[in-house]
Design a protein around this ligand. Sequence first.
Ligand code: NI
Length: 186
Amino acid sequence: MSATETIAPAAPLLPILVVPDPLLRKHARAVTPADYDEVRALIPSMFATMYAAPGIGLAAPQVGRLLRVIVVDVAPDKVPAPLALINPEVVAESDDKCAREEGCLSLPEQYAEVVRPSWVRVRYQDVDGVKHEVEADGLLATCLQHEIDHLNGVQFVDYLSPLKRNILLRKLAKEVKEQKERRGRR
Ligand code: NI
């Protein structure tokens, strides 16, 4: 997800992969205790990268790590609300759906309305392996579902009609080309 908030903690920034990078289509594997050291180092960098972008959610595959780790901060009332989720899974969702405009740091400058359950319960672990659950509605519900999708190689454009998806992907290719040209001129 992308946003306009900027808060920048000090941790190394990671390059964000952009569609159609094939890593973004891979299934990320579950984090085990053997991964905890790596994940403890990864999470602060994921937050820093997300805030710098700026965005409100980031999944590890977007920075090239095929591990089930996501970070989100939908900053309600502009107060930072960082949440890191390891091995997150949706364990309950509402029948009630809502449509919300989504963007993605891996599809820069592209936005489209996506229909998803308006409420979810997500089970996850923290970096000490302790299990938690979070119930979410509104923007956080959308954001959690969007980021968990990334762990399964799914992007928000997959919910669009083939026509809408193709238009968006063509616009993305043009945007990426223009970004490269802008960088080349600097
Ligand atoms: Ni995304």
